[in-house]
Write a protein that binds this ligand. Sequence first.
Ligand code: RAM
Length: 339
Amino acid sequence: MNKKLVSAILCGTMILGAVSPVMASADGKKIALVGKSAGNAFFEIAAASFKETVEAEGGTVDVVYPETATADAQIKVLDNLISQQPDAICIAANDVNALQAKLEEAMDAGIKVSSFDSAPNKDSRQVFVNQAGTVAVGQALMDAVLDITGGEGQWAVLSATSQAANQNAWIDAMKTIMEGDEKYSKLELVEVAYGDDEPQKSTDQTAALLEKYPDLKVICAPTTVGIAAAAKYLQDNGSACKLTGLGLPSEMLEYTGADDEHSCPYFYLWDMQGLGKLSAYATISLVNDEITGAMDETFTAGDLGEFTITEADDGGTEIVLGLPLQFNSDNIEEMAKLY
Ligand code: RAM
């Protein structure tokens, strides 16, 4: 290209840039964010960051929680939302398959559907924001169980609800990893118990596990509600059974340490503010038709940078935020200030 042409194009671009109005990317858009259940700090933290991100881009967010952590209660929420016709719904699913008809109805009505944290099946969503790859979470947890048991003995899972899409995916990943490598062969998974993401039920289930299995070495709770309840119970009772799983540093501060005084040597989670932010940008990009949720599409998530849509384990698509992060006595105090 000759120099005159280049400077003419540059000049034109600059003039256009100067006169075109500066629009935030979510101007006037209405987005609904649906969590798994009310009263769970995990969703409150993610929702705050989601809301802040969308509002900074000029849109509004309605954060809605179902009455219980069930698919039926989420279907009621979705019915109500569909009648309000928001631009998008971003949901953490309480069941893999049970929301399909409702979410398809939403998409048929022109509402964009994204999901975060807990994915409904591939036909129920356009894209899933996965906080840390499903296998990566399963691997981190399985290796923690191996390490904390000392390589052998009984362990149990304390999960959320029996239908929870994300917990079940992590538990399946753990089982596959455990069965696929000789180094886990001396570990015995005795039970998967369900505390339904309710503190009292999670405490009761912890007590029941200890009673049933006096030699239990480790409980792995891949739920922030379950791990916090189990941490308190084990520590208050001076139990020899240790704990790991997925938790919020702010809720695990007093229980984390590699000594006898603490019930949890270390546990994992991910960047919670990043999860809210990435989910917000993915949803805004769907609303603006910058992405459709197809594999290999890319978009920019503000200061988090550029992300590429990849294939998820269930055959749908996902956007992975990053790797699971470990919290232990070295970093828990700092991280507890953040989430
Ligand atoms: C609970 C919820 C949530 C899960 C975290 C780890 O807060 O079940 O879905 O991602 O734990």
